[in-house]
Design a protein around this ligand. Sequence first.
Ligand SMILES: CC(C)(COP(=O)([O-])OP(=O)([O-])OC[C@H]1O[C@@H](n2cnc3c(N)ncnc32)[C@H](O)[C@@H]1OP(=O)([O-])[O-])[C@@H](O)C(=O)NCCC(=O)NCCSC(=O)C[C@@](C)(O)CC(=O)[O-]
Ligand SMILES: NC(=O)C1=CN([C@@H]2O[C@H](COP(=O)(O)OP(=O)(O)OC[C@H]3O[C@@H](n4cnc5c(N)ncnc54)[C@H](OP(=O)(O)O)[C@@H]3O)[C@@H](O)[C@H]2O)C=CC1
Length: 424
Amino acid sequence: MTADFRHFYQKSWAERTAIVAAQTQLSPAETALFKKYYAPQHSEIIENYLTDYPLPMGLAVNFVIDGQPVVIPMVTEEPSVIAAASNGAKIVKRAGGFKTTLTKREMVGQIVLEQLTDTAKTAAVIMANRDDLLAVADDAHPSLKKRGGGARQLRTRDLGQGYLSIDLFVDVQAAMGANMLNSMLEAVAKSIGVLTKTNALMSILSNYATASLVKATCELPVSLLQAGRYSGKLVAQKIASASTVAQLDPYRAATHNKGIMNGIDALAIATGNDWRALESGSHAYAAKDGQYRGMSTWTTDGQTLTGTIELPLPVGVVGGSIKINELAQLNQRILGISTAPELAKIMAALGLAQNLAALRALVTTGIQQGHMHLQLKSLALAAGATAVELPTILQQLEQAPQQDLATTQHLITKLRQSKEENDD
Ligand SMILES: CC(C)(COP(=O)([O-])OP(=O)([O-])OC[C@H]1O[C@@H](n2cnc3c(N)ncnc32)[C@H](O)[C@@H]1OP(=O)([O-])[O-])[C@@H](O)C(=O)NCCC(=O)NCCSC(=O)C[C@@](C)(O)CC(=O)[O-]
Ligand SMILES: NC(=O)C1=CN([C@@H]2O[C@H](COP(=O)(O)OP(=O)(O)OC[C@H]3O[C@@H](n4cnc5c(N)ncnc54)[C@H](OP(=O)(O)O)[C@@H]3O)[C@@H](O)[C@H]2O)C=CC1
């Protein structure tokens, strides 16, 4: 590629797509994809916009959360995720549903000072001016205070080696609050600079949102877990063992948690939330005691299986791109929510449902039976099956000794040959 991409961002959409097509030698059919998914208003949301990248949106059903029936829109490219969420929720619904709690919803941000010779003295100066600094924070985004939110708390943490973190806690109301908080932090950093005669190394929110914790729990009679030849009691014991392994072993914890984030990310995307922020915060919280562990726990006394999940979920129902995304708005209506705590609670319950379904499958039939059954559709489409061919190919794939791309392509070729022979 030889193109000069300087000032690429200043080109029109037509110029930009033409440059990319020429430089990467795209065919007319490939180039047409830019137009096919083009949404002009999106060129104002990100930089160097080319086109939209569609992802499927579906609905998880069967949820009862704090006594209320809920359906959950999810955006995901992975087969079996929505089926699993609905499956987990259906089991929990029979036991009365999920219960959730959220005690506080504040965002935390940090101002980091460096090269301090007397960290304790600097911290003392800052804390002596705490109220003034909180007022500076509020003045940097006054609309937040008018809405009932605003700066709540300031603390200092000595990070060692001459570094000091000044943590600002802010009630960000209905937003995720990253941009609002960052403006407040930069204003407070200037005042701290004057007070302490230091220059802040940086001022930025922390995604380790420990003041936005949400908890979801469920309690199931073990009889609800019976699966094929496995008694409910045995399944409950095995799920509890799987939970223990995820507490002991980071290799397993990462996969356990990936299953939980299958649901949380899908709902975050469907509601216009920042899923990278939720990912980083949730994984950091999973390592809060120094070892990376499963985000949920399951225990049994032989009669009941109890599941618990606690996560930092600093979501918003306004802010970012939410108000300009029609589908994010629609999905709030489908969820029946209007506040950030409501969304965070549903998200936590979804993560726990997702986890229950995955663990129950893993410790009984294995994941492939249910998951691969649904994954086969993607495999057949990737191998080139048409909508008309799909049902036959799926039926043949179910019986095939190997369920891979080569086998699928072979089946499609055979199907087409036999159709040609019949047509002749
Ligand atoms: C796949 C199922 C649900 C089949 O499970 P099944 O036993 O065949 O389901 P069922 O026929 O008993 O149906 C129960 C409910 O599940 C839902 N359901 C059932 N089938 C469908 C479907 N086709 N489409 C939509 N919803 C479906 C549906 O709500 C249904 O209720 P109904 O509507 O009949 O009253 C089950 O095997 C399962 O839950 N497996 C777990 C799959 C999973 O976790 N997938 C995520 C991808 S794998 C991964 O990324 C994470 C992982 C697994 O590695 C995490 C970890 O290791 O912990
Ligand atoms: N590390 C990270 O996670 C970072 C994330 N980001 C990004 O920041 C964005 C989120 O920042 P955020 O500050 O939430 O979004 P915005 O910058 O969009 O600010 C929130 C907006 O919502 C408006 N608003 C309307 N009603 C309310 C209400 N009831 N409560 C609160 N605000 C209300 C505010 O209005 P008004 O102006 O009147 O107050 C403000 O304009 C995301 O896009 C995220 O990806 C950015 C930097 C870092």
